[in-house]
Design a protein around this ligand. Sequence first.
Ligand code: OKP
Ligand code: ZN
Length: 343
Amino acid sequence: MKTVFSDLQLSHSPKHEISDGELKPAVEIPSRAEIVLKTVQERGVGDVVSPETFGARPVRRIHAPDYVDFLESFWGHWSGAGRKGEAFPFVWPIRSLRPDPAPAHIDGLLGRYSMDAGTPIGEHTYSAATASAHTALTAAKLVHEGERSAFGLCRPPGHHAGIDFFGGYCFFNNAAIAAQWLRDHGATRVAILDVDYHHGNGTQAIFYERSDILFLSIHADPTQEYPYFLGHADETGEHAGTGFTRNWPLPIGTTWEKYSEVLDDASRWLLVYRPDYLIVSLGLDCFEHDPISGFRFKSDDFFWLGQRLSYVGVPTVFLMEGGYAVDALGTNCVNVLEGFEGG
Ligand code: OKP
Ligand code: ZN
């Protein structure tokens, strides 16, 4: 299986995040991608290729023009305002406040286009996020051209990013961009299975009213875990998308034994839907030693995960999402890929 990766994705290098009432060291850091790349090479998964350029169109097929413009021009405004460090939003237009018209002040814009205070923007965030999206597109293109599978080593991740907001370490929704690109290049149905520990709220929202993209997500119960405000079992799609979203919230402490039963359930939905392509939002944060997550996968369980995904029998694009136990991240990720290839 080919891996797609670009060094540009390393240029987004947050120093801190706001969590637990503190300014803490960031966890979504460049070494995550570096260790996965190293393990891919050491274990001989396959060639590592650079992303192709796709221009600005595919990202703008998913994201609002004003949001893309905001991210693209952000650092100029921020540094122009005399700000030196990375940027954190701190005020949001919730409920009785108005998102539109968008404010002119950079602090207002930060809140207008974000969902949390845990996701700093730095000088190179836009170019890294763009490269990450192009990595996803290139992996999709490889599968579109006939490969059984491909791995987009995306970073920053994407599944929390919505049409016009960033958050949860995500800026552009790589899986959504890849799914839409496949639709625009001949696919009739695309399924996205999100196995990250956190619910993929951005991906769900983007496709909530559509039947041509099936969204399935297995994740920690949002009553107990980030993103807190989406990912419940009763969210099943709306309008034309009714029935084409499915969520399996699971309790903190869930092991592979329980998870795999639910995965079988999700696989049955895939078999019924018969997608032309499957995109796996591949979070590795269900790992027992993940520093911010609460499921209990062992490293070997990721191999079984990959094997079960292969039984679905559909050309598959793996796109990395979360996973923060940096030392084990390469092993866990490559276990999925090898489990798939051996299955
Ligand atoms: C991104 B992805 C920890 C706070 C963590 C944000 C989690 C984002 C996860 N105290 N908050 O889905 O892995
Ligand atoms: Zn996650």
